[in-house]
Design a protein around this ligand. Structure first.
Ligand SMILES: C[S@@+](CC[C@H](N)C(=O)[O-])C[C@H]1O[C@@H](n2cnc3c(N)ncnc32)[C@H](O)[C@@H]1O
Length: 257
């Protein structure tokens, strides 16, 4: 049986490169738009720019993969938890937390590859971040609540996105922020059609992901901003996946008004 992508050598090295690669590492030919090269950083810095946050204590990154956005959250939060279902991704993220760098075999073409070292930016306090294996649809209540919860490109990979969305009121502190990003790649192989948050017609009206999110999250969460963020994943030297992700930022109600 084919190994799931997120547990495979290919998936691991593509995601490590996507999260930690420099412009030179990803494409020295400069055909890739610069803005698309720092997506896991933009998920934190652009989405949260100039927004007030209850405290700088705790942040959660659900579906963190190999952890770059978790480390970016550690620039602002003293305790960051990264959760992912993939054991290989969590192991790699823990290694990065411990050592600060990893070496990968980056595919150039066919069997040709180059060994490159990827690092967490040295100005980030890696001891603030802890990675754990877990299922976004069954997050334990002992996790507690957070000032910021980030779920980047996760919801359209879940079988039951609403099981995760329903947990959010308890996971985000009153006045805390929720950042969701999604390419809205709704596919039956990941999410049965009946559980899609958007991307379908209902009674003659198009329901997009943002419509579905509003239905599930409001009024407990209030939409603050919506952004388009480009990202690129390198398959090999001459092939890239380019995606325009929709990011939304929500404030949890319930604090002092
Ligand atoms: C498309 S990737 C996005 C990774 C990262 N957040 C990013 O934006 O680069 C989806 C991630 O969600 C993880 N994932 C899939 N199902 C999950 C689940 N039920 N619980 C936790 N993580 C899950 C995958 O292992 C993978 O790392």
């Amino acid at each position: 049986m084919k190994q799931p992508y997120y547990e495979s050598d290919e998936g691991l090295s593509q995601y490590l490169l996507f999260h930690y690669g420099t412009e030179q590492d990803i494409s020295s030919e400069r055909f890739v738009p610069k803005k698309a090269l720092s997506f896991p950083v933009q998920c934190v810095s652009t989405t949260l720019a100039r927004l007030s946050i209850p405290s700088n204590e705790r942040a959660l990154d659900v579906g963190c993969a190999v952890g770059r956005s978790s480390f970016e959250l550690a620039r602002r939060f003293t305790q960051v938890i990264g959760v992912d279902f993939s054991q290989r991704f969590v192991t790699a993220a823990r290694r990065l937390a411990k050592k600060g760098s990893v070496t990968i075999e980056r595919v150039d073409q066919g069997e040709l590859a180059s060994r490159i070292e990827l690092s967490v930016p040295p100005d980030i306090d890696r001891s603030r971040v802890r990675f754990t294996r877990g299922d976004a649809e069954k997050l334990p209540s002992r996790l507690g609540a957070f000032d910021v919860v980030l779920a980047s490109n996760l919801i359209c990979r879940l079988r039951h996105p609403s099981r995760f969305l329903d947990r959010l009121p308890a996971l985000v502190r009153p006045d805390g922020l929720l950042v969701l990003t999604t390419p809205s790649t709704w596919k039956e192989i990941h999410t049965p059609r009946a559980h899609w948050v958007g991307g379908f017609n209902r009674e003659g009206h198009a329901v997009r992901t943002l419509d579905g999110l509003r239905e599930q999250l409001e009024p407990t969460f209030r939409l603050l901003r919506r952004l388009d963020l480009p990202m690129v994943i390198r398959e090999h030297q001459r092939k890239f996946e380019y995606v325009i992700v929709e990011a939304t930022v929500w404030r949890r109600s319930g604090g002092r008004s």
